[in-house]
Design a protein around this ligand. Structure first.
Ligand SMILES: Cc1cc2nc3c(=O)[nH]c(=O)nc-3n(C[C@H](O)[C@H](O)[C@H](O)COP(=O)(O)OP(=O)(O)OC[C@H]3O[C@@H](n4cnc5c(N)ncnc54)[C@H](O)[C@@H]3O)c2cc1C
Length: 345
């Protein structure tokens, strides 16, 4: 019997699951609220530049990540060569302890990970479709999704939920399933908290050279949490221009999350100029931003509570299951879930 699999979310975890199911006897449908795929590993294009305003790159501390990335095709693959340095609360910049791991993206952007993985599957992706509720048909042992426009998707024999924990918890609260275990699952998922990050994209009509690609605030006491030079990625920024990615600290980001871009962007640029000790950075010629309410999970979930409902065909995946906001960890967590789903045929 062909297994009908529904996946909510086309981030690294959802796509990883679809990839793991590509050789199984499964009919896979991914329902994604955004226009694009790859979730928080996101790429945007503006004024001739291309930039990553969520995850900056995919690190590969393990051989299987590198093997998978190379397997997707080396055309346009970018390994950022310049290292990541560090700075402290006083803005003191120092050489970092670079572990020499690859920092992968693509000239066409980090979303190539999702696009290339999906291209080798038969999965159907329904974009711009926000799932609002889930219904269980106990007699048929299936799941059906209802979206924000009232459309339905399914029935599915297996359902995999991959949105960040607070969004998954909202979906579970809107799940019509009369099973005593659901409360335990909701409680476990609600327990996972996230750090918020507001990213600013600062463009300048000049380019300076530095020995680093990125600067990370190691004592977590500076308003800027991360600063990087998008021009270090081939094909992202035209010659002679520079584009800085400033990810503000969770405290700053939470306090200034809803402030207008011109106001908050001016303040962020001033902090960047002070950090780089160069006044020119206080005056970018254009600015963009993105708020990530659920940027990085603070810890993992009680996995036992979630595993307890897999026999009803309900599965979960994402960075919040491993407790670390990393693209490759979400991807492999989704892959593992996909393998368990394939094994549950
Ligand atoms: C600013 C920032 C910087 C980061 N830097 C790095 C980095 O340099 N390196 C690194 O490895 N990682 C980094 N990360 C973390 C990394 O991006 C994430 O850990 C990873 O992308 C998570 O993948 P995921 O599939 O678990 O979740 P997501 O990517 O969040 O995917 C979940 C998907 O579900 C969709 N969705 C949510 N609700 C619904 C719904 N109701 N209906 C339909 N679809 C829905 C979302 O639109 C999304 O596409 C960073 C993250 C942020 C925000």
């Amino acid at each position: 019997m062909t297994l009908r699999v529904g996946i909510v979310g086309a981030g690294a975890a959802g796509i990883g699951a679809a990839d793991a199911l590509r050789d199984a006897d499964a009919d896979v449908t991914i329902v994604e609220k955004s226009r694009g795929v790859c979730g928080r590993a996101a790429t945007r294009r503006k004024n001739g530049c291309r930039y990553e305003h969520g995850a900056n790159y995919i690190k590969d501390p393990d051989e299987r990540t590198e093997a998978l990335i190379r397997d997707l095709g080396e055309d346009g693959l970018v390994d950022v060569e310049e290292p990541v340095w560090v700075f402290d609360a006083d803005g003191e910049v120092a050489e970092g302890d670079d572990d020499g791991a690859h920092k992968w993206t693509w000239t066409a952007g980090i979303t190539q990970l999702g696009k290339r993985l999906l291209a080798r599957t038969d999965a159907t992706v329904r974009r711009t479709t926000r799932v609002e509720s889930v219904t269980r048909d106990e007699s048929a042992a299936t799941w059906t999704l209802t979206d924000a426009d009232g459309g339905t998707h399914g029935p599915f024999d297996r359902l995999l939920l991959t949105p960040p924990a607070p969004q998954t918890a909202a979906l579970l609260r809107a799940t019509d399933w009369d099973d005593g275990r659901l409360d335990d699952v909701v409680a476990a998922v609600e327990d996972v908290s996230y750090r918020t990050i507001r990213t600013f994209v600062l463009h300048y009509p000049f380019r300076e050279s530095y020995p680093w690609y990125g600067l990370v605030n190691v004592d977590k006491a500076h308003e800027v949490g991360w600063l990087s030079r998008e021009e270090c990625k081939d094909g992202h920024v035209p010659d002679g221009e520079s584009l800085l990615i400033a990810q503000m600290s969770p405290e700053w980001s939470t306090a200034r999350y809803d402030d207008p871009l011109d106001e908050a962007g001016d303040d962020a640029a001033a902090l960047v100029a002070a950090l780089l000790d160069d006044d020119r950075y206080a005056d970018p010629d254009w600015v963009d931003d993105q708020g990530w309410r659920y940027a990085l999970p603070n810890g993992g979930v009680d996995a036992d509570a979630l595993a307890a409902v897999e026999d009803a065909g309900l599965f979960f995946a994402g960075d919040w299951l491993v407790g670390e906001g990393r693209v490759h960890r979400a991807l492999w967590n989704g892959h593992d879930a996909g393998e368990r789903i394939a094994g549950s045929e």
